[in-house]
Design a protein around this ligand. Sequence first.
Ligand SMILES: O=C(O)CCC(=O)C(=O)O
Length: 279
Amino acid sequence: MTIATALNPQRMRGNVLSPEQIAFYHAQGYLHIPGMFAPAETAELSDHLNWLIETWAMKDAGWTGPWRKKYMDAETEKKSKLIALHDLQYYSDAWARAVTNRKLAGAMADLLDGGPVELHHSTLHVKPPETGHPFPMHQDWAFYKHADGRYVDVLVHLDDTRHENGEIRFLAGSHKHGALEHVVKDEDGKGCTPHLPTDKYRLEDTVAVPAKAGDVVVFNIFTIHGSHVNVTDQMRRLVRVGYKHPDNAQTEGQSKGRPSWMVWGRRERGEGQVQFPMA
Ligand SMILES: O=C(O)CCC(=O)C(=O)O
């Protein structure tokens, strides 16, 4: 498997990001970009998100697996919920604008070999108040496997995050190891949500990246990450948006097989390549 992380001169000419920001992403596997969305845009996205949560999102126990007993006491584990929805751009015009936002797409081009860039998916992650869902250490690669590292996940922040509401946390530099085998079965051999072994990968070893509403925190598809439970009395609302280089083929998982939208540049036509089917 290719791990596309090395710097080349093309990557140093940023559309949106500075050379220092681009170099930080390639060294650490993540990057905090403050103020990606202006306050008025963030307010509109927040308003649409609240409507989506009430109207379309599902609330359930969230990710499964033996990790739950390690991350939560029995009481919290019983109550802990996750509010989720895929592909917000199908339901809201504000979110359709957000996932194709020019500045965000330009930043993605900076991190993906200069582009072109495809939108792969978006996913809502809301940690409800008091017992809101922690996330065990994992790579997003385990959910949507791709051939190489030219894939960036973006966490759009709708609320300020901090330790108490479960800010995102990364194992710095971990993307350089490429894809890792994840636990995909529980003690009884039943399928569970992919995660890394809790004895080897610990939230205590991660770097916390608190951020403000309107900021984005981005990370590589191989970067190991997780987050603590939300113990505050407010929701913690994040939307993850996945962007990739068109030449980085998906091999398995979420959203495989559907065409991705171009958000930066043009799709090169390969020898014999045909158009996308109409149905
Ligand atoms: O919402 C969080 O705290 C974690 C998000 C996450 O792990 C992911 O988007 O892959």
